[in-house]
Design a protein around this ligand. Sequence first.
Ligand SMILES: Cc1cc2nc3c(=O)[nH]c(=O)nc-3n(C[C@H](O)[C@H](O)[C@H](O)COP(=O)(O)O)c2cc1C
Length: 199
Amino acid sequence: MQPVYYEDFIEIKNKIWSMLDNAIKDRSSPFRIPVFICGNQDDFDGRIVVLRKSNQSNNLVQYHSDIRSNKIAKLKNNKNASMLFYDKEEKIQVRLKVECIINHDNDITKESWLKTGHMSRKCYLVNNGPGTESFSPTSGLKPELDNFEFTMEQSEAGYKNFTVIQCKIKSIEWLYLAAKGHRRARFDFENNKEHWLVP
Ligand SMILES: Cc1cc2nc3c(=O)[nH]c(=O)nc-3n(C[C@H](O)[C@H](O)[C@H](O)COP(=O)(O)O)c2cc1C
């Protein structure tokens, strides 16, 4: 028997948002760690990020980053990016085309920083930004920081580097693998159109 979302646009959208919403809470969900791809015509790359928020009512997903990471400069040049998800068990691939908003030291970052725990704050305490070359292998942190010997108060120093990337979804492409026949669909939110595609 095929699932309800096999050939139904509304059910497909429900399924996609239930998977995105679940990924925020479920650390083992494959949708929790999508590939985020951005860049310019002759220089683009992908990296894994952790999905931190999803909101169907304003078509938005978001993740956290360090303001000094290479992707920020790229996004400042070109706010258009793409996100790629795959759940092997569900046999579902989701590709998002998004437009990014970089949030730094504003109400959005304040709200997310408050929810960022002691362990996760460590990433934002590195002296030199992600991607900085080093003479020797390094985490970028002093040993005491690596060993979590810092208080919650000391972790506040990381806030100046903390960034929330909001990704406004322009379109979603869905691919479902099934023995009876794969199904593929595209949802364009800019003109509110839905299409079936040959998988
Ligand atoms: C499991 C996993 C989760 C990650 N989560 C994030 C994240 O949420 N945000 C982020 O900026 N980088 C995250 N990274 C690191 C990125 O993949 C990447 O190495 C880093 O952002 C620097 O790349 P860039 O400067 O080109 O963006 C994660 C890596 C892994 C393996």
